[in-house]
Design a binder for this molecule. Sequence first.
Ligand code: GTP
Length: 854
Amino acid sequence: MAADNQRVPSAGGARGPTVPGAGTGPLRAGGSFTRLQMVDDEQRFSDELPAYMQHKWGLSDVGFDYNMVAVFGSQSTGKSTLLNRLFGTRFDVMDEGNRQQTTRGIWADRGTDAMPVLILDVEGTDGRERGENQDFERKSALFSLAIAEVLIVNMWETMVGLYNGANMGLLKTVMEVNLQLFGADREGRTLLYFVIRDHVSTTTLESLAATLRKDMERIWDGLSKPAGMEDTRLSDFFDLKFTSLPHKLLQPEKFEQAALTLRKQFTDKAAAGYVFRPGYKRGVPADGFPHYAQAVWEKVVSNKDLDLPTQQELLAQYRCDEIAAAALAPFRAAIEPLRPRVREGEIVRELGEVARGAREQALGGFDEQAARYHADVYKKKRAAFVQTLDGELHSLALNQVKNAQSQAADRFASESHRALEDAAAKASAEGAVSAEHSFSVVVGGVRRRMTEWFGGIVKSLAIEGAGWSLESEVKQLESMLDATTAKLRVAEMERTLAQLRRNAQDALGEVIADRMGSPGDGMWAGVMAGFDEAVEQAEAQLRQRMELAEVGGAEQRQQLVCKLRRSVWEAMVESLREEVADQMVLLKLRGALEDRFRYDENGLPRVWLPSDDIDAQFAQARTAAQALLPLLSRIETSASRVLPDPSAAGAGSFFPAGFSAERSLTLIPAGRARELAKRFGREADALYLEAKRAMVTTQNHVPAWVLVLLLVLGWNEAMTILFNPLYLVLTALVGGTAVVLYQLRLWGPALRAINGLLSAANDHVHELLVEAVNRTEPAQGGAVSRPSRRSARHGHAKGVATDEIELEPLGDGSLSSPAGDATSADTSADADRLSGGGSSSSSSARLRHGADTP
Ligand SMILES: Nc1nc2c(ncn2[C@@H]2O[C@H](COP(=O)(O)OP(=O)(O)OP(=O)(O)O)[C@@H](O)[C@H]2O)c(=O)[nH]1
């Protein structure tokens, strides 16, 4: 080992390492040192690297055909010794008698025997000389990890399984920063070759390797990985390889032998386990290596992320992570069962309480254990832990609030709709819309309820100290409710417009039916007056409703007024068109004709006399009736106060888009009018003929010879009347009465009165007869004679005292008495006599004989 113990002063490589013959030859010449302190212990990078690459190591021209090896491990664990064994280098080895740090900074050398390998001997970690300041060891370790294809991780067997002892904390930090700095565009993976020194125990290499592999996986899982690399695995960046060496002092031969075998893995491409694989190459040609290495070093040195923690900090970080993970488990166990319920849209009432309890418990557990560690780390880790907890709670609370938000919005819409319908029903029952049933009060009430309900849910989810709030969701709900209110308002106004239109149409319907029922001068003026009144009334009501519904903006209000006006106009046109349907027009024309033709100026029916000029009258009446057709054919709006001139600009507030005065004001187009005129002409002709026939009938005379015949035949009777004063007076009386009745046109009523008198007299006589029969029957032994009549009529052998006895209809020729039945004939004759000629009313008269009939 004496050969290893040549010491090199630790002067900075940049200022010229003590390398005899430096810069004099391509390779190690005659035992001269060719090593270079690439980075000195004050973190300065040597500017002699290009010269060494070219002249000392002869590597500048090898292109990609070289390899990079670095070593990582605690101080004085035989790193330099191992490298010298493997590569024939002459890195400094500690003097056994003087246990102090030998390697300061980062040294580089090329392997012997033309081995195209650049080897970095890196200052050991956990050095007594650097004490708490671990800045350099982290930077050098990171630098090694970044540029080496193979990183030899050197450790005693006794370190395996330890965290700090095995530099796991340091490795974690270094790997983390390495991932951040070089992970994204890194070329080539790295082989982490664990060399376990002084393997003397019975624990197998496999077992030791398994422990280390597990530790490495755990470290990787615990790394905070940059965005986009969260799912990367250890194997994406590193291969792990393990070997062990016997104790150098206790088993020197075995040690040398094992070292020799290991050397082959670095030197002999054909050897089993040859370490340099193409996949580990960094893709940097040898002549660019000095520049590349320097750039990497500068990046490592200048990076702020590398203000790496002390050992206590590392421990605190590790433990705080472990404690946080342990505290997170019960926290998740408490809230996870609620998650599916919330996801399904349920409003979980207990969510806030459970969340607060779980959070408090998790933080309490964390604080209790983690507060003992490095204060700064604890604070940072606590903040991160709180962030994790609150992140999970926030997503859950947000889901719940979103559920509540959509429920509140839906309920607001449906309940407002219902409440508005109820209010409308009450308002119509009361005949007016009071403030209590107004849109703003009704909808405002529902809105207040929904907002309070939602506010209660938001409040129940509040967590003191949590870095989030649900204020924006509250605002969001307000905007949703605003939008729904606007929609409801539009619907309410539509409903109001429809109602006002109905009211206006009803009112207008009456006016139109009245005015157009008897068309003539002033008809349109009357219709338009009704229209004006309907419009003004509807507008006044609309303005009141808009006020109550808080319809905002003059423009919006004006639009609604216009809509209402058009609506009333359309309602009127609709009613008018119904009034001018074919049959209605014909009826009106016929009515007008009849009014003039069949009735006189006093409204009395005309009786056409031969002297009347029926043709002239008819022609006059028909002309007057026909003149109504053009009047009915077109709406005349000029009399309206509110309607603008339809053809003028700005008439749009009443008339719908595409309004054309010519087309829209015409109720009966010319073609249809002609057709109606024709039909009316035919109907008028029929009326004329009927009148003519009536006049011909009145003109008919009794022929003279009939009168002569009457005189001859009735001469005696006439003389009797003439010379008998009684007859004469009676005749004069009857004749005079008849003349008066005729003159007064009272024939009809007189005949009806006579008929009525006869009918009343008939009934009275009938009742008298019935009474008389009832009185006379017992005296004549009717009890004997009646049954015999009944038996004859009905074929019964015996009479029954309780039987009902019917009187046959009197005077009815269809009576079905058997011929030759004397009793029946008698009865019939009696009946004829009594009825005085056969009244139908008497035919249903009945006599009842009970057992107790006297
Ligand atoms: N027990 C034991 N001692 C060793 C072994 N290898 C080297 N040593 C001794 O350990 C001491 C340190 O060896 P170095 O090779 O200088 O260790 P190092 O890790 O390079 O030391 P630094 O460069 O100072 O970090 C020396 O006295 C070596 O003789 C080994 O495998 N087992």
